[in-house]
Design a protein around this ligand. Structure first.
Ligand code: SF4
Ligand code: SF3
Length: 542
C-alpha cells in the first residue's frame, strides 16, 4: 500500500484512499502530510512532558496551527511547501528538546530525516495505519481531525490578532495523547469530548475576532450576476485576505467576487463600503473547474477547497495564500506584519476579460446570531402560533458525490412550516431554491461560513433559555448535517459537547469510525446516517 488516508467523506470505497486520493492528493503529498503530523506529535510530546510555558512558544504555536491546517483536505497539494514545513517544524522540535531535562520520549521526538526520499520512507511508518488496534486508531484520528479543524479556525482568529493560550495548550495535549499507548478507549473518548469543548472555544474566539473587526453579519442580498469590469475571484475562508485585496483594488477598474465559502463576507457591514465588491460568482467548491474557466480572471485561494486544475490556462490564473498551496501556482506570502502584496493578481486581472455571466439575481443571507436574535420576538411568536413547526439545521459541507442531491430534494420537500438553519458550503445545495418565507422570515437562514455553525448553537441555546427548557434537545430543532472535511468534524464534536443529540450525518458516515466507535456514538449521542429524503422528513417531523 503506497498511502492511506480516510480523513474525508470521499475516502475511496468508503474505507480509505490507498493509491491516490479521490481529492487528487498523490501518494507523496499524502505521506508528507502524515510525516508533518507525526513531527507535530513529537514536538507536542516535548511541550507536554517538559511542561514548557505556552506563552514562550509564540512562533511555534502559530506554526503548529498552520501545519495542521496545511493537512486539511483540499488545502495544500504542494510537496515542496509541505517538505519545507516539515523541516521548519523539525528545527523547532530539536530546539525545544534542548530546553528540557532528560526525560524519556518516543521516536517522534528523535527521528531525523534528510531529503525527500528519507522523509517518504519515514512517513510510511508514521501514518494512520501505524496504530494497529482499529478502535484506538479510530479515536486517535477522530481527535486529530477535530484539532485540524480547530487549528484552521484558530489560524483565522490569529490573522485577526486574537488567540487563546488554552487552545494551544489543548492542541499540544491532544497531539501528544495520540502517541500515548497507555490511554484506554474510554480515556480517548473523554479526550474526544474535550476536543469538542475546545472546538466551541475556538469558534467563539473566531466569531469574536470576525465581529469585532468587521461588525455583526446582517441581512444582505448578494448579487450573483456580473459587472463589466475584469474581476478577481476570492475563495476559501480567510477574511483578512479579502480585506487586503479590497484595499489594494479600491478605486481601480478591477472588481472583486467571492466564490464558495467566501460568500458570507458580503454579510459583514465592514466590506459593504467597497464599491468594487460586486457579488458572488458560482456555487460551492467542487464546481470550480467549470466556473473558473468562465470567470476569466485570476483566482485567489485563501484556504481549502482546491480542486486540482485540469486546464493549464486556468492553473496559471490561480494564486494561493496562507496554508493553501498548489504546485505551479504563485503563493502570496505575508510579510512580518501580515501584509500581503496582491499586485501580481491585480496586474493580471487588468489584462483579462470580464467574467461571463452564469446566473443573475441575488441570494439572501446574514443570519448569524446577532441578526437572528434581533428578530427573536418575531421568531418566538411564529413558533408559539405554530407558523413555524420545526427548525432544521442543515449546516456543513458540500461535495461532489451524487448522493448529495439528497440535500436539495430534502430542502425542496420539507413542509412549508419549517425553517432551514445553515452555515458552510452545504448551503449551495438549496440556497437558490425559492422556498419562500414564514411571516417575513426567510425559510433558509444562512448564518455564514462553516465556523458560523457556532452562531446556530448560540441561537439554539438562546431559544432554550427563552422557552424555559432544561435541555437543548427539547427544542423543535433537528440536525441533518452534511460533512466533507475536518472542519465539519470539529463542528460535530462541538455540537456533541454542547449536548446536542440525535444528529443525522450524511451523505455517508465517516470511514474513520470503527464499528465499535460508531456504536458508542450511536448509543451515547444518537448519531445516525441518512435515508431517503421522504423517509427522513417523515421521521424528523414526527
Ligand atoms: Fe482520500 Fe479524502 Fe484523504 Fe483525499 S483527503 S486522500 S479524498 S480520504
Ligand atoms: Fe466547504 Fe471545503 Fe467544508 Fe467551510 S469549502 S465548509 S467543504
Amino acid at each position: 500500500m503506497s498511502m492511506f488516508c480516510y480523513q474525508c467523506q470521499e475516502a475511496a470505497k468508503g474505507t480509505g484512499c490507498q493509491i491516490k486520493g479521490v481529492c487528487g492528493k498523490d501518494e507523496e503529498v499524502a505521506r508528507l502530510q502524515d510525516l508533518l503530523i507525526y513531527t507535530l506529535k513529537g514536538l507536542a510530546e516535548i511541550v507536554v512532558k517538559g511542561n514548557l510555558e505556552i506563552e514562550n512558544l509564540n512562533e511555534i504555536n502559530h506554526e503548529v496551527i498552520k501545519s495542521l491546517f496545511i493537512t486539511i483536505t483540499n488545502a495544500n497539494f504542494d510537496k515542496t511547501a509541505i517538505e519545507k514545513q516539515i523541516e521548519k517544524m523539525l528545527g523547532f522540535r530539536n530546539e525545544l528538546k534542548k530546553r528540557i531535562a532528560e526525560i524519556p520520549l518516543g521516536d517522534a521526538t528523535y527521528f531525523e530525516v534528510t531529503g525527500t526520499t528519507s522523509m517518504l520512507e519515514k512517513a510510511s511508518k508514521a501514518g494512520v495505519l501505524a496504530t494497529e488496534n482499529e478502535d484506538i486508531r479510530s479515536l486517535r484520528e477522530l481527535v486529530i481531525y477535530g484539532i485540524k479543524g480547530m487549528a484552521a479556525y484558530a489560524h483565522h482568529a490569529l490573522n485577526l490578532g486574537k488567540e487563546n493560550r488554552d487552545i494551544y495548550t489543548f492542541i499540544y495535549e491532544a497531539l501528544a495523547a495520540t502517541l500515548d499507548d497507555a490511554l484506554s478507549v474510554d480515556e480517548l473518548i473523554t479526550l474526544t469530548l474535550k476536543t469538542g469543548e475546545f472546538g466551541v472555544k475556538t469558534m467563539a474566539l473566531l466569531d469574536e475576532a470576525n465581529t469585532s473587526k468587521y461588525g455583526n453579519p446582517e441581512i444582505t442580498h448578494v448579487n450573483i450576476g456580473v459587472g463589466k469590469n475584469p474581476g478577481i475571484l476570492i475563495s476559501g475562508h480567510d477574511l483578512t485576505d479579502l480585506e487586503q485585496l479590497l484595499e489594494q483594488t479600491k478605486g481601480t477598474d478591477v472588481d472583486i467576487y467571492t466564490h464558495s465559502e467566501m460568500l458570507p463576507a458580503h454579510y459583514y457591514p465592514f466590506f459593504k463600503k467597497y464599491e468594487n465588491f460586486i457579488g458572488n460568482y458560482g456555487h460551492s467548491w467542487w464546481k470550480q473547474l467549470e466556473e473558473f474557466e468562465t470567470f476569466n480572471g485570476p483566482i485567489l485561494f485563501t484556504t481549502n477547497c482546491i480542486v486540482p486544475p485540469k486546464n493549464e490556462k486556468v492553473r496559471d490564473r490561480i494564486f494561493t495564500s496562507g496554508a493553501s498551496g498548489y504546485p505551479g501556482c504563485i503563493h502570496i506570502e505575508a510579510n512580518q506584519d501580515g501584509k500581503k502584496d496582491f499586485s501580481p493578481l491585480i496586474e493580471m486581472a487588468k489584462k483579462c476579460k470580464a467574467p461571463i455571466e452564469i446566473e443573475t439575481g441575488s441570494i439572501v443571507g446574514g443570519f448569524a446570531h446577532a441578526q437572528v436574535l434581533a428578530l427573536a420576538d418575531k421568531v418566538i411568536d411564529a413558533v408559539k402560533s405554530g407558523a413555524i413547526k420545526k427548525f432544521i439545521v442543515m449546516a456543513g459541507c458540500d461535495g461532489r458525490m451524487k448522493a448529495r442531491e439528497y440535500y436539495t430534494e430534502f430542502a425542496q420537500k420539507l413542509p412549508t412550516d419549517t425553517i432551514i438553519l445553515t452555515a458552510g458550503c452545504a448551503k449551495y445545495r438549496y440556497n437558490k431554491l425559492a422556498l419562500g418565507d414564514i411571516d417575513g422570515i426567510p425559510r433558509i437562514l444562512d448564518a455564514g461560513q462553516c465556523n458560523d455553525s457556532y452562531s446556530l448553537a448560540v441561537i439554539a441555546l438562546k431559544l432554550k433559555e427563552v422557552f424555559g427548557l432544561e435541555d437543548v434537545n427539547q427544542l423543535p430543532i433537528v440536525y441533518n448535517i452534511a460533512w466533507y472535511e475536518q472542519k465539519a468534524v470539529i463542528v460535530l464534536l462541538a455540537l456533541l459537547y454542547l449536548g446536542v443529540k440525535n444528529i443525522h450525518l450524511g451523505p455517508t458516515l465517516p470511514a474513520f469510525l470503527s464499528p465499535n466507535v460508531a456504536k458508542v456514538l450511536v448509543e451515547t449521542f444518537g448519531i445516525a446516517g441518512i435515508d431517503t429524503a421522504e423517509e427522513d422528513i417523515q421521521f424528523f417531523m414526527a
